[in-house]
Design a binder for this molecule. Sequence first.
Ligand SMILES: NC(=O)c1ccc[n+]([C@@H]2O[C@H](COP(=O)([O-])OP(=O)(O)OC[C@H]3O[C@@H](n4cnc5c(N)ncnc54)[C@H](O)[C@@H]3O)[C@@H](O)[C@H]2O)c1
Length: 451
Amino acid sequence: MSEKPNRREFLTATAGIGLALSAGALAAKKTPASKKARAYRPPEGFAAPPLETVRLAFVGVGLQGGSHVRNFLKIDGVQIVALCDIDEPRAKEVRQWVVDDGRPAPDIYTRGETDYKRLCERDDIDLVFNSTPWRWHVPVCVEAMETGKHTAVEVPAATTVDGCWQLVKTAERQRLHCVMMENCNYGRSELMVLKMVRTGLFGELLHGEGAYIHDLRSIKFSDKNEGLWRLAHSVDRNGNLYPTHGLGPIAQCMDINRGDRFDYLVSMSSPARGLKLYAAEHLPADDPRRKLEFALGDMNTSLIKTGLGRTIMVQHDTTTPRPYSRINLIQGTCGCFTGYPDRIHIAGRTEGHGWDDIEAYREEFEHPLWRKLEEQAAGAGHGGMDYLEDYRLIECLRQGQPTDMDVYDAAAVSSVVELSEISVAKEGRPVEVPDFTRGGWRTNKPLEIVS
Ligand SMILES: NC(=O)c1ccc[n+]([C@@H]2O[C@H](COP(=O)([O-])OP(=O)(O)OC[C@H]3O[C@@H](n4cnc5c(N)ncnc54)[C@H](O)[C@@H]3O)[C@@H](O)[C@H]2O)c1
């Protein structure tokens, strides 16, 4: 397709697989920039009153939630007051970590899937940190905000467009933060690239490529942790189920919602083979999962066009044998960076048509957050970037600053889950991305190089 398609040609709904853009999403497209939204988010970002100590409660303390608990034990100004998990032994185990750190034992909530509501009834919690399986992300965040708490949620914040709108509208109405914890935005390479972008090294940005290519076959068939819930999403959904790690850092560089926006996307999936083959080879003959059929194409590729005309390719493959990659490519008029492995080409600096070793640029472009926190972050999850995101969340709340990522970022990046499914189901036709900022993206200020 050489031209931007006529708006009327865009798909706004799909029948058959029950994936329709919500009425809320469609209505919001027609609504002019609402005064309330603009009041909620001034151009410099939404800020809440500063908190001296952040009283923190966790919902979901499995692998990732537990890893966050360990980080917060190392961050000043945090009090862990409550833990909620349907797995009582796990909640007790994590509670013991807090006690072993010399702190009061947090209360635990383990009376089933909706016990988070009882936790939310408390009035001594500032922030609910949500690391539950995907289907609980929106209900827990909405309940927390409705009862007056800021929320932080693991990725993706929502898996439907309707869920994205629920988060945006609840945060606006309640005037509370809803932060999606996209740790890859804090990766050492990703933050160095952000600094390079901000200092103009790449010239004008034109194109980005991101991905979540991670062979999760054994994890999806595991009988614990993500094995208990992630496989089900591969049965009836076909699109990019996990776009945020690849897209988050590119969106940050391209000022998505802060000068540019995702406009529309097209998406296609390859055949689905990996899980079926893996089940046949690895599961016992009588395991019922051998009979499962999977909708999720092994490789999903989506292409997003931005409001300023840039392009972003984002891929998802969790079901074939392949080394891990988030691609992490940024192309500008003056050069290109790509990850896996990290390398760079800058016109006027790089000789010929090859790549430079990124280490030659580190001294000049290392991000100040990494310079400051590298030692403290050592040993934390995912190479330390999880510590940086948790540190920044608390720092922003305590200083009453806008958070680095806000609810609009959470919605834009997460909406790609359902929008890619819609496009796949319609043979790769273009699908519009809702403007969750309702026009605010034109005047919102870009995220600065946080120091
Ligand atoms: N950012 C990252 O790099 C990263 C890495 C891993 C996982 N994640 C995300 O973190 C989230 C959790 O993943 P995980 O790997 O920790 O999975 P997990 O299965 O290890 O943990 C989920 C926990 O939630 C609990 N739980 C389930 N339903 C609940 C409910 N209704 N109320 C309270 N607790 C409930 C489970 O018992 C479990 O302890 C997911 O959204 C996932 O996508 C992000």
